[in-house]
Design a protein around this ligand. Structure first.
Ligand code: CP
Ligand code: NVA
Length: 304
């Protein structure tokens, strides 16, 4: 049994195979209609979601499985009953636990105490399924992604961490341009850098935005993540030099611009870029569905 908790679990071959399966599922979803017939998964979200929840539910439906949504936004997970008891109950009825949680530790505990695969649908540290959809989108727009260069701009958050992990495994050069004190998690970065070295690519963290030159793709995300109540206005001045706008896109030489969404237009990205010719943000959102189908087909054991 395999989990997807961090993104470090899979080899390069496994990543490539997920991307390939997702592309096949995108082309002909009907061919996979019975893949998980009769299976059921719990979808447990402690935070809001548009894309992730919708695409996991539709992915399960398209594979012939059923998704049971458990609304945990009032903070019930681990409060009404313990996380291990949650996992033990759900493991008796379902074939996979999909969790969006405040703490990565919650997912680790579900995986350690349950007996079905656990999929990380976003935590404080990682957003691994997002990164897979991101690299699938880059592949569609750039052709080969090995050896290509991606600049991530803004807050070194869960999305940045996962882009580093998946990029290192897939052989993509990833540079995070973040203000000092807002870089990605150092332990995750170091672990990913070891993998990158073996795969012939390079990861970097840079504060100076004038060095955003010569990149194939640009990526940004919110400056304030869910769970942090800091008003955007309060951090605007620190992050504004990292805003993806027309001037920065021209300076970078990038051919494609990504954003995991939701976007805060006028903050981390301008309307001109979001709605401009290089934006692939809605392809990226679409690909969440295809990647989730491929992931579920790989990880969930078919009933009966
Ligand atoms: N990108 C993403 O995870 O979006 P949601 O928060 O809407 O799921
Ligand atoms: N970094 C963002 C991603 C949202 C999809 C957050 O955690 O809120």
């Amino acid at each position: 049994m395999q989990h997807l908790l961090t993104g470090f679990e899979f080899s390069q071959d496994e990543y490539l195979s997920i991307l390939e399966t997702a592309a096949a599922m995108k082309k002909d979803p009907a061919a996979f209609a019975d893949t998980l017939k009769g299976s059921a998964c719990a979808i447990m979200f402690e935070k809001p979601s548009l894309r992730t929840r919708t695409t996991f539910e539709i992915a399960l439906y398209r594979l012939g499985a059923h998704g049971v949504y458990l609304d945990l936004q009032s903070g019930d997970l681990g409060k009404r009953e313990s996380i291990p008891d949650y996992a033990r109950n759900l493991s008796r009825w379902t074939d996979c636990l999909i969790g969006r949680v405040f703490s990565q530790h919650t997912l680790e505990e579900l995986a350690a105490t349950g007996s079905v695969p656990v999929i990380n649908a976003l935590s404080d540290l990682y957003h691994p399924a997002q990164a897979m959809a991101d690299y699938m989108t880059l592949k569609e727009h750039l052709g080969e992604i090995k050896g290509k260069s991606l600049a991530y701009l803004g807050d070194g958050n869960n999305v940045a961490n996962s882009l580093l992990v998946a990029g290192a495994i897939l052989g993509v050069n990833v540079t995070c341009f973040c203000p000092l004190g807002h870089g990605p998690e150092i332990q995750i970065f170091n672990r990913a850098q070891e993998i990158a070295k073996k795969n012939g690519c390079h990861l970097d963290v840079v504060a100076d935005p004038s060095r955003i030159v010569g990149f194939d793709a640009l990526y940004t995300d919110t400056w304030v993540s869910m769970g942090d109540n800091t008003p955007l206005e309060k951090v605007k001045q620190i992050f504004l030099p990292y805003q993806i706008n027309d001037t920065l896109v021209a300076q970078s030489g990038a051919k494609v611009v990504l954003h995991c969404l939701p976007a805060h237009r006028g903050y981390e990205i301008t309307d001109e870029v979001m709605d401009g010719p290089l934006s692939a943000v809605f392809d990226e959102a679409e690909n969440r569905l295809h990647i989730h189908m491929a992931l579920l087909a790989k990880l969930v054991h078919k009933r009966g």
